[in-house]
Design a protein around this ligand. Structure first.
Ligand SMILES: *[C@@H]1O[C@H](CO)[C@@H](O)[C@H](O)[C@H]1NC(C)=O
Ligand SMILES: *[C@@H]1O[C@H](CO)[C@@H](O)[C@H](O)[C@H]1NC(C)=O
Ligand SMILES: *[C@@H]1O[C@H](CO)[C@@H](O)[C@H](O)[C@H]1NC(C)=O
Ligand SMILES: *[C@@H]1O[C@H](CO)[C@@H](O)[C@H](O)[C@H]1NC(C)=O
Ligand SMILES: *[C@@H]1O[C@H](CO)[C@@H](O)[C@H](O)[C@H]1NC(C)=O
Ligand SMILES: *[C@@H]1O[C@H](CO)[C@@H](O)[C@H](O)[C@H]1NC(C)=O
Length: 255
């Protein structure tokens, strides 16, 4: 009976060891599955994580799938792929093979970045931190006196100006220590809007002058046509003139 149980134990252990040996598996993955963006002509670096036993030796190959075609990257045998002068968007795949010929792979989509990232110079609102307080200060921003919550950093300390020009930014800090505020006046902005209104005035003046000029030209053309018409009138009136000349003759004969 004891022997029988021992036999079962041995068998179970053997199965477990066999299973464990099979499962000294290799694995590969990317730190993120999100598509990676790279601008044309820049360098693409793609790094995968290979999980394997310390004694395991593996071979690595990289390929890219575009539509139905697959291209292999020569001389890229590490977990890190480097492609100079990026030009091929697509599905980049790393394939890892262990000594026994077992393969695992992982893919990451790399797309072409068409616009460079937006940049802005943020305004930073800082508050002095000289005494212990139980709460954390709350930051509020006003743009030209109006509450604004758009384009702030998560902690509310930074504001990223964008869009319309704002002359007056106000930062209000409120906490158990009290409320304080400060203003940032954007002087460059004021002259710009002044220029714009001045330009607006200029274009209106130019248009008015143009209309006046056109009216004057039209009036002159009208006058010239009228004068020509008047100069032509006597020629047409020549027939009645001869009749008038006949009249005295008739009168003479009557007399
Ligand atoms: C990058 O690749 C493009 C075409 O794919 C080529 O016209 C250009 O000369 C390459 N630039 C460099 C620096 O290799
Ligand atoms: C990339 O390839 C992997 C593995 O073949 C596949 O699961 C995935 O859907 C592909 N992604 C795209 C965007 O083609
Ligand atoms: C204030 O300063 C102390 C130490 O100087 C720091 O531990 C604490 O986090 C600071 N508080 C804030 C709100 O910055
Ligand atoms: C800026 O705005 C704040 C809040 O509306 C106001 O108290 C302050 O007087 C303004 N400053 C200027 C120079 O307009
Ligand atoms: C926030 O930023 C967006 C674009 O970056 C801009 O269109 C919008 O006007 C900004 N809002 C404010 C209140 O500055
Ligand atoms: C500051 O915080 C206190 C308490 O939370 C609140 O009563 C007060 O209205 C706040 N002040 C401002 C200007 O938001």
């Amino acid at each position: 009976m004891e022997l029988h149980v021992r036999g079962w134990h041995v068998l179970l252990s053997l199965v477990l060891v066999q299973w464990a040996r099979q499962c000294l598996c290799i694995a590969v993955k990317f730190p993120s599955d999100l598509p990676l963006s790279v601008a044309l002509g820049r360098t693409l670096v793609l790094e995968a994580q290979i999980d394997k036993g310390p004694e395991e030796t593996v071979s690595v190959r990289w390929s890219i799938k575009q539509g139905s075609k697959t291209y292999r990257f020569p001389n890229q045998e590490n977990a890190k792929l480097t492609v100079d002068n990026f030009s091929k968007a697509g599905n980049y795949t790393i394939t890892v093979m262990d000594k026994s010929g077992k393969e695992v792979s992982a893919s990451r989509f790399v797309r072409e970045s068409e616009v460079a990232p937006r940049v802005s110079i943020p305004l930073l609102c800082e508050v002095s931190n000289d005494s212990e307080q139980w709460d954390t200060p709350k930051f509020m921003w006003l743009a030209n006196g109006v509450d604004t919550t758009a384009n702030l950093s998560a902690d509310g300390k930074m504001l990223y100006p964008s869009g319309a020009c704002v002359h007056n930014y106000t930062c209000i800090v409120n906490s158990s220590l009290g409320t304080s505020s400060t203003h940032y006046l954007n002087t460059g902005c004021g002259t710009n809007t002044d220029d714009q209104t001045w330009n607006g005035g200029c274009t209106v003046i130019v248009w008015v002058l143009l209309v006046l000029l056109l009216a004057a030209v039209a009036a002159i053309i009208f006058c010239i046509l009228k004068i020509r018409k008047l100069q032509r009138k006597p020629k047409i009136a020549a027939v009645p003139q001869t009749e008038m000349q006949l009249m005295p003759k008739e009168r003479q004969t009557i007399q």
